[in-house]
Design a protein around this ligand. Sequence first.
Ligand code: COA
Length: 331
Amino acid sequence: MPTTQILGTGLAVPDRIVTNDDLAKLIDTSDEWITQRTGIRQRHWVVEGESGTGLSKIASERAIAAAGIAPDEIEAIIYATSSPDHFAPGNGVFLQREMGLGHIPAIDIRTQCSGFVYGLSIADAYIRAGIYRTLLVVGAEVQSTGMDVSDRGRNTAVIFADGAGAAVVRAHDDPSGSAILGWDLHGDGAFAEKLWVDAPGSIYHPRNQAEHFDNKSFLEMDGKEVFRHATTRMPESVRAAMAQAGVTAEQLTLLIPHQANLRISEMVQKQLGLRDDQVYNNIDRYGNTTAGTIPIALDECVRAGRLKRGDLLAITAFGSGFLWGSAIIRW
Ligand code: COA
């Protein structure tokens, strides 16, 4: 049975940088508050004319170049985003069209912050089932256009940001080589409204209502509840994936946690007993790009030489749903 190898990665963020001080000019907040509570110093936000599809095209082209393959070798796209360019269709087909990838399937998944972990699990299942051998997995978001950039929305506006990451994954035929060694995926809809965007939604008649614009269409978050669950679920899930993979925390070369909040990452690290050099964080520069955080961080680690073939990588995510999950990857 083939295993799954991540062959090449890429990232793209908008050029526009929004610092904490920039936000403090718009809303009642401060660089000190944001840095202390979240670890974020700046983030990238789109300007008019930029899109999730556009960012993911750049990230995907970089991933394809890094993989050293031709674009027409891609057999399927798995595109994770909670902030698609349009209500329907999803961004997968727009990416396919913009990249001229031919009539390949494009699957959009909506598992928010856990999007890349879930997307990779689907790619792995296709590869191991022998259905496709080369896939493009994308995690990308444009969150800034859905933020309430006012005092009312200050608990989310300072956290969420825009960016895209992509990975070319390919079937690998050496059983002792690259592989996804263990998976752990979960969901708990009891907490769906703790981190959500209520409208537009088909539950409303009609779906689009002017009055929703100001009270239901922004991302809403119960920060304390998210914090409490994230710091429990991520370590629990990494442990479950490590058990499946037959790997211990000491053996991990690197953990890339979803960049929700630096304090969450630090608590996950502590609970797993990992050293600083075993954990990668870049939230200070990018904020929380939801499905984008893990592939963006992964691309930075690969290009900086933090991962070499044979190393053991853990990825873990938690977010809206609540949905969470982890994977152990032999790089
Ligand atoms: N700037 C300044 N003050 C802010 C603020 C901001 N951006 N956002 C909230 N506050 C204020 C609140 O209004 C509150 O003021 P009050 O005490 O006068 O009512 C105070 O700060 C504390 O708010 P609270 O929500 O209790 O803060 P907290 O300690 O829980 O920290 C978070 C808020 C969002 C940083 C924290 O809950 C958190 O990190 N949660 C996890 C969020 C996350 O990771 N989300 C992504 C999931 S994928």
